[in-house]
Design a protein around this ligand. Structure first.
Ligand SMILES: Nc1nc2c([nH]c(=O)n2[C@H]2C[C@H](O)[C@@H](COP(=O)(O)OP(=O)(O)OP(=O)(O)O)O2)c(=O)[nH]1
Length: 138
């Protein structure tokens, strides 16, 4: 089966990371995720992520580094979730598709009802939290 590449942003601000909740009109309604979306033809993952974040949240980001991609098979499709660490560099948040957003500290991460494909990323984020967040406070 074809693997669908999906980018997602771990957006940091003031030592916290952003999570967004998929609304009732989206796939996986009510599940928390890192915002992003499917990579289109002729677009790099980085271009995709900047576009998706602008469309979904109305903000601009600067991408800092990629973390490990995680494959996950849902009924009828396999996605490859490509996480990238990013910083919020401009614009004001407006949720176009999600119904909630939340800024999470390390201790809060595990308690959310995540989309299942995100769990390996959440665990990697917890492991690397000090390197990614505490050492680069901005
Ligand atoms: N964006 C994003 N999608 C995720 C995450 N975890 C996860 O399982 N998914 C799934 C949900 C969807 O089945 C798929 C991405 O689809 P999407 O609906 O966000 O992407 P899109 O806007 O480009 O899709 P479309 O409506 O244009 O078809 O990946 C995540 O952390 N972020």
């Amino acid at each position: 089966m074809k693997i669908i590449p999906v980018t997602c942003a771990l957006i940091f601000s003031e030592g916290k990371v952003l999570a967004t909740r998929r609304s009732q009109t989206m796939d996986l309604p009510g599940k928390w995720e890192f915002p992003g979306g499917k990579v289109e033809e002729d677009e790099s993952p980085e271009e995709c992520l900047k576009r998706e974040i602008q469309e979904e949240l109305s903000i601009e980001i600067e991408i800092f580094e990629k973390l490990s991609p995680a494959d996950f098979t849902y009924p009828g499709k396999t996605i490859r979730l490509i996480p990238m660490v990013a910083y919020w560099t401009g614009g004001q948040f407006h949720l176009a598709e999600h119904d909630q957003m939340i800024w999470l500290g390390k201790k809060d991460l595990i308690s959310l009802d995540w989309a299942p494909a995100d769990l390996p990323i959440v665990h990697e984020l917890i492991e690397k939290w000090v390197k990614l967040v505490d050492s680069k406070e901005r």
